[in-house]
Ligand binder design. Structure first.
Ligand SMILES: *Cc1c(COP(=O)(O)O)cnc(C)c1O
Length: 256
């Protein structure tokens, strides 16, 4: 998996007794050439979140397709598209459309993000039928409850809500990005529903100071990014309050 990959990947890999190989990122994003070079005859699975959490970076269709096509027979690929609905870039690939071509590709999606149903705990994997059959053998029985299924089905039918949410995110992400830039902070350009900001010093201090103002951001020291905070896009008043809290909190960072 790439460096800065979603933390759950390493946790589940360790739980399965696997050895995790983390491949250095390029500009915080996945370096597909380096990732390919790290695949050996012992590599059973590659994890890639597109876009990735917590960096908000994505890989484009052309290079990703080439990467998947170049994987050896013994290597599965999990392409995690938890944030796919937010992405507006024309070169963003829809992994589900590639499943006819790649028998070892698994695409995962969730109702926790754009649909706002995280508390229902429902998500899914899409893959070649042969691979799905293996997953079905080891999944817990009755792993999704009936209310979650009702919610998921209603969510899929509600195009209007989806479009409104994505439009709100587009505007909010642009606003947050502009405000963060105006504060003179570096950030990782994001295609998701959050912006990861370099606060120029220990982010734990900024996190604490924002928390005391009732605003929760995500410090990323656990990812090896001790100066970064991940800020999720909210409604316009929430974004404004978040920026005000951030500005106040920055006063506690030496050098600001
Ligand atoms: C949130 C998230 C998921 C899925 O979360 P669930 O709530 O468990 O469905 C998967 N991958 C990434 C990268 C995420 O950020």
């Amino acid at each position: 998996m790439p460096e800065y990959a979603f933390a759950i990947f390493a946790i589940v890999a360790h739980a399965a007794g696997a050895r995790v190989v983390s491949v250095p990122a390029r500009d915080y994003g996945a370096d597909l050439e380096a990732l390919r070079a790290a695949v050996t005859e012992r590599t059973r699975l590659v994890f890639l979140a597109n876009p990735n959490n917590p960096t908000g970076t994505m890989v484009a269709a052309g290079p990703l397709r080439e990467f998947v096509a170049g994987l050896p027979h013994h290597t599965l690929m999990v392409l995690d598209e938890a944030y796919c609905e937010y992405v507006r870039r024309p070169d963003y690939p829809d992994g589900v459309r590639w499943l006819q071509d790649f028998e070892r590709l698994i695409v995962t999606r969730t109702f926790s993000k754009v649909y706002g149903l995280a508390g229902l705990r429902v998500g899914y994997a899409v893959s070649h039928a042969g691979l799905a059959e293996f997953l079905n053998r080891v999944r817990e029985s009755f792993n999704v409850n009936s209310l979650a299924l009702v919610g998921a089905q209603a969510a899929l039918a509600d195009r209007e809500h989806l479009e409104r949410t994505v439009a709100l995110n587009d505007a909010g992400l642009a606003e947050l990005t502009a405000q963060v830039r105006a504060l003179g902070l570096d950030f990782i350009p994001s295609v998701g529903n959050f912006l990861t900001v370099d606060v120029g010093g220990p982010a734990a201090v900024v996190y604490e100071a924002m928390l005391r103002q009732g605003v929760i951001a995500r410090p990323l020291a656990g990812y090896g990014m001790p100066h970064h905070l991940r800020i999720t896009v909210g409604t316009p008043p929430q974004n404004a309050r978040c920026i005000a809290a951030l500005q106040q909190a920055l006063g506690r960072v030496p050098g600001h």
